[in-house]
Design a protein around this ligand. Sequence first.
Ligand code: ADP
Length: 282
Amino acid sequence: MIEISSVTKTYYQANNKKTIAVDNLSLKIPHGIIFGLLGPNGAGKTTIIKILTTLSKPDKGFCTIDGFNLYTHPIEIKKRIGVVPQENNLDRELSAWENLYIYGLLHKVGDLEKKVEESLKMVDLWDRKDSVVSHFSGGMQRRLLLARAMLPKPSILFLDEPTIGLDPQIRRQMWDIIRKTKIQGRTVVITTHYIEEAEALCDLIGILSKGRLVAVDTPDNLKSMVGRYVVDIIDEEGHLKQQIFKNREEAHEFASSLNNCSVTIRKSNLEDVFIKITGEKI
Ligand code: ADP
């Protein structure tokens, strides 16, 4: 279990202007699920990951992982977690195998050669183990970062925007690998601003807006909360308006009452939920 309790983090810019990146946030993440932090750029997602992975200290509040306080027991925490950061910090001049092997040595991973092989196979890079990382595509490098984080067999994996910039097909491959890591009994915490990614992967989603957690629930419950059906209306001037309804019948009744516009009825998605709750777009 991960517990975040009343955490606030403020950054001060050079001109003394302050940004509240995380604002009095409390959250419990149970074990063995994929938890998604969903929100637009600047919502505070990376800051939360940095705090939970002991890279940044909050100004207020505290966090625990499996009952261990992050700041008083950092070694216990580091034994439990694997992190895939947003920036690619692989050694580009070394092969895939060498990247993992050296990481394993630094982290004192036992039975290292076997674990390197298992990790590379898990992300389908075993046949490219001797290739130099600089020859890898963006998607392959992301997979290798994931394999590296998995090497010490952490029970919790933090993935900060794991598929950012990847094309849709490669993104789906990453989703399959992320699901595999959960099947092995891990907790996975991902940050994303991709609606489809949150819907496709997450058992529970926390919606973040301006450093605040505005909702936490399953994707299904979040959508039920705001309404299951959306009527998209394009008026004569080409402007899009939307109206959300609890059920299909209500949406139909409303749509058939409209004149002189183009109307589409569709199921709601997490973007609709976000707009409804925050009044903003992701
Ligand atoms: P997200 O990951 O959701 O895009 P971040 O956690 O990176 O959001 O950033 C949240 C807010 O904090 C943003 O307004 C960002 O500009 C600010 N911020 C993040 N890191 C720093 C930093 N090191 N110094 C100053 N401001 C920062």
